[in-house]
Design a protein around this ligand. Sequence first.
Ligand SMILES: Cc1cc2nc3c(=O)[nH]c(=O)nc-3n(C[C@H](O)[C@H](O)[C@H](O)COP(=O)(O)OP(=O)(O)OC[C@H]3O[C@@H](n4cnc5c(N)ncnc54)[C@H](O)[C@@H]3O)c2cc1C
Ligand SMILES: *[C@@H]1O[C@H](CO)[C@@H](O)[C@H](O)[C@H]1NC(C)=O
Ligand SMILES: *[C@@H]1O[C@H](CO)[C@@H](O)[C@H](O)[C@H]1NC(C)=O
Ligand SMILES: *[C@@H]1O[C@H](CO)[C@@H](O)[C@H](O)[C@H]1NC(C)=O
Length: 504
Amino acid sequence: MARFRVLLTLLPVAYALSVPFPYDSGQAIFTGNQPADLPHPDPTHSFWTHSPGANPLAGEGSTGELTDNADVCIIGSGITGVSAAYHLANSIQHGTFPVAQGTNQVLRAVILEARDFCSGATGRNGGNLTPYEFSRFRKQEALFGREAALRLYALERYSASEMARIARTAGWADAVDLVEGGHMDVLFTEEVLQEAKADFEAAVAAGKTLNVTWLDRDEMNSTYGTHNLGARTPGYNVWPLKFVTQLFKQARKVTPALDLRLHTRTPVTRVSPLAAASLRRWELTTPRGAVQCSYVLHATNGYASHLLPHMAGSGPTGIIPVRGQVMAMRANAPLDALSKISWADSVGYWFPRPVADAEAHPLVILGGARESAGSPFEMGVTDDSVVNATVGGVLRALLPTLFPGLYAPGREPEAEWTGIMGYTALGIPFVGPVLDTSDAEGEDSDAYKGQFIAAGYHGHGMPRTFACAEVVVQMIAAELSDREWVAPAWFPRPFLTSVRDKLE
Ligand SMILES: Cc1cc2nc3c(=O)[nH]c(=O)nc-3n(C[C@H](O)[C@H](O)[C@H](O)COP(=O)(O)OP(=O)(O)OC[C@H]3O[C@@H](n4cnc5c(N)ncnc54)[C@H](O)[C@@H]3O)c2cc1C
Ligand SMILES: *[C@@H]1O[C@H](CO)[C@@H](O)[C@H](O)[C@H]1NC(C)=O
Ligand SMILES: *[C@@H]1O[C@H](CO)[C@@H](O)[C@H](O)[C@H]1NC(C)=O
Ligand SMILES: *[C@@H]1O[C@H](CO)[C@@H](O)[C@H](O)[C@H]1NC(C)=O
């Protein structure tokens, strides 16, 4: 602990004081308002994307003829875009998504991806699939009210448990390294513990059923090798790219009534309206030609404001690109000594990868420490072609300090990379029709008719994207069937694009 205190004093005050989750400190100081760039053409190599054989769809549809029109065009092949395709397939199969007459009863959807398949945040993240159980409950309740706060947690639980259920049912849970190992928050001080307990109690008072194990320093030391306080909750870890690859393959298999196509290495540079008499409503410009679309889904997360410049900046309707950093570090002990848990403290988040051989020392995926880069904390950055040496230094020192003996001081990571997250002023994503409410004259809700968005997960998308993509698909289905969209019981209204600007 003493050594860890030394590490903390090297860092900005806001950082040392931040509560156990690393995702949203530093936001207020960022005031940039430039639209995001397109994804960098030459990103760093992540362990997930560049392990041999890990990305069989990397270049799918990048050459040959471009699909020139589709009923639904999805921009982005991360977990949001591919989840949307999966929900589309299942909704068609269940008869809740109408397939138009006159197109041979087949709905055509196309995913357009600027780089390799799933090479955005989903291919570069920390692999933690941790639904928040009570973290920041008091803050969420104060911001959004009790009902919406409860739904925010319900959505995460739904998303994560559905993902696990689908992987298990389809028989590919092991192939995507899905581990139901639980999650541990390391709490450094009694004050941080009291804050966490106050959130826990507020969530229970609001009616949430929780399964939390509180561990004292001695229990933590004897069981896990770190003399700190701990709070254990349910949670998973996974190989995100492999999960998304399987989900994509499944989406293609569900029904012949969905013609699902994928064009990687095909950046969309512009979305423009087509003449009213056209079959389709929108035209996407790409270097390979144009794609005409009836519906457009922006599944571009941190990059959303490139095509939607009115969503740039740190205001209430903005999505800011923020660079995060992750590494794959070899532990100095077998998995048994490390546990299958995913972990977080106020500096970073990490988990040991599954191993085939019980004696082997696992690779640990470790990310965070963004705050150590100093103001503006990697905000407004879309360049994931480089790593930040300052951030890398703090990450290298983290685990040997926290778990003496279990990690070798001075050891170099086997891979180190960056990726781009999408932060929002309220820490929650935008889900629904694209709206431009920035105009003081009032909203012109038809200006983007047919365009939808699910983006801005604030560095915490793994347990949110799947459910948000489902909602957007339901909205498109409702519009096509001329029905009113009805929100699922777990959906928090503040996520809606239509209520967001009224929330401040
Ligand atoms: C370093 C890092 C660590 C993280 N760790 C975790 C974690 O451990 N747990 C967790 O829950 N969350 C984590 N996150 C956040 C999580 O990864 C994201 O919230 C989630 O992956 C978002 O998925 P997405 O599909 O919306 O976005 P992305 O995966 O970023 O997909 C968007 C895609 O759109 C493409 N694109 C963008 N613009 C265009 C365009 N104009 N034309 C064509 N294609 C375009 C991009 O290339 C990209 O592939 C982390 C993120 C990062 C970057
Ligand atoms: C609560 O969580 C622990 C692990 O942290 C698990 O062993 C136990 O089965 C869980 N209990 C319930 C009721 O889910
Ligand atoms: C933590 O456990 C280790 C190994 O059992 C022991 O050597 C060490 O003294 C313990 N630390 C504290 C502060 O109790
Ligand atoms: C990394 O962060 C440091 C400290 O703030 C900063 O000076 C440096 O420019 C950053 N490096 C890169 C590659 O952006």
